[in-house]
Design a protein around this ligand. Structure first.
Ligand code: GCU
Length: 430
């Protein structure tokens, strides 16, 4: 606003400003009858118009086309894997009431002499080796997932929130995500390990033209990739997850052929993209991932493509901007993202109070991914045909390879969610 000295002028200026703000204010749609007309792109028709009728046709022709679209139009193209080196930072043999071995392992991802280090916090049951694991990125630092007082605190940029003021993690946030978000003891009791990484170790979550985090070390490789197709932050976080699996393959305590990737919200979008791009994730869990995750973009319920591209311009590739208020033009929708994971197991979870993430749109993605799963010889969502009714809360649809539940409550990860994931993992990973 310009500076205005007279009070009437000031009042008018304020009114104009308030009006402009109101006009720009995003009003989400939650009304099913107001959803714009849309037709989903067909997962099982090739770009040339041929029907995909066999698993081999999907694998050889259609899947590469779909993957290509997600790379060029949604998340951006990531570089090929890189050299990693690891270093054990700490080891505690009596963690979690003596049930687990807890380690911190630094994994550095190198290109030439440049590297980005992420710190893996790893729990494995003390009584067994070669265990299946859950791996998931965390929002606020490894020290937040456990109340133990000796887990290192990241020095990397952290979002200001509550006690965090100068984008630096503090002692006061130790253990703040312990419990339902990360039920370590339950996971260990069920015979799994847990691996987590602070996502900001890979790429700090703010827009800075990709000057920090892992992006700049790949600038040379990216020079030949058109600007609009370069990888955003979701792709970078997924890339870090894959490099973490590169390390797990060298870790005797863990069976890297049985890895489940889990993520909440933006990190659920990330787990889906990680699962789509790396077949070593045998189970992919999306907890309340919403727009740009499991929810169908064309429904434009709650958060929309335009809205997410405006609030978080660094998450996707620049080409994704083409679909602002123009979802129908996108050659893919998010059911095809789930399809890229097929025939591996996928689980999508929504919450009744998380309308921003469009629970019904997340469910419909599963329904529309079902034919891809069935074509590949699996039971899809289970039953002889995919479900037609949106399930009520606490009635999981989980008998097939594509699981879904709606839970009562808000945008979060709860004991209920984990109970479903562990049962599903027992069937598909263990
Ligand atoms: C915002 C954003 C969502 C995202 C969520 C989160 O609400 O709009 O797309 O999933 O943050 O990551 O917590």
């Amino acid at each position: 606003m310009k500076s205005v000295t007279n009070p009437i002028g000031l009042l008018i200026a304020l009114l104009i400003h308030a009006n402009a703000t109101a006009q720009n204010r995003f009003v989400p749609n939650y009304d099913e009858s107001a959803i714009p007309a849309y037709e989903l792109p067909s997962a099982l028709i090739t770009n040339e118009g041929a029907a995909v009728t066999t698993g081999a046709m999907w694998e050889e022709s259609r899947r590469p086309e779909v993957l290509e679209f997600f790379e060029s139009e949604v998340y951006g193209r990531s570089p090929a894997g890189c050299e990693i080196q690891h270093q054990i930072v700490s080891e505690t043999r009596d963690a979690i009431n003596g049930k687990a071995i807890r380690r911190e392992v630094d994994v550095t991802m190198f290109t030439g002499s440049r590297g980005t280090t992420m710190r893996l916090l790893i729990y494995t049951p003390r009584s067994s080796s070669n265990v299946p694991v859950f791996i998931g990125l965390n929002f606020q630092g490894n020290h937040t997932i456990d109340t133990a007082n000796d887990i290192s605190i990241t020095k990397n940029w952290i979002r200001n929130r509550g006690e965090i003021k100068n984008n630096q993690a503090t002692e006061s946030t130790r253990g703040t995500a312990a419990g339902a978000r990360w039920p370590i003891e339950t996971i260990i009791d069920r015979g799994y390990g847990l691996v987590t990484i602070y996502y900001g170790d890979i790429d700090p979550d703010f827009e800075d033209g990709f000057q920090n985090g892992i992006h700049p070390q790949f600038d040379q490789q990216m020079a030949s990739v058109p600007q609009g197709e370069r990888w955003g932050s979701i792709a970078a976080w997924a890339y870090g997850l894959s490099r973490a699996v590169d390390y797990l393959e060298q870790d005797d305590a863990i069976d890297a052929t049985r890895v489940a990737v889990i993520g909440h919200s933006r990190l659920g979008k990330t787990s889906l993209w990680a699962g789509a791009t790396d077949p070593r994730f045998k189970l992919v869990i999306s907890n309340n991932s919403g727009c740009g995750g499991a929810a169908l973009s064309r429904r434009a319920v709650g958060e929309t493509v335009e809205r997410i591209n405006t609030s978080f311009p660094h998450w996707f590739c620049d080409n994704h901007l083409k679909y602002n208020k123009n979802e129908n033009a996108c050659p893919v929708d998010q059911h095809m993202l789930l399809g890229l994971i097929a025939p591996r197991a996928v689980y999508v979870a929504s919450a009744t109070g998380d309308r921003w993430a469009d629970p019904r749109g997340e469910f419909l993605s599963c329904v529309h991914a079902d034919p891809i799963y069935r074509l590949l010889g699996t039971s899809g969502m289970g039953g002889s045909t995919p479900p037609v009714e949106f399930p009520t809360a606490e009635s999981p649809v989980n008998s097939g390879r594509v699981g879904y539940h709606l839970r009562t409550g808000k945008h979060d990860v709860t004991d209920y969610d984990w109970a479903q994931y562990l049962d599903f993992a027992d069937r598909h990973v263990k």
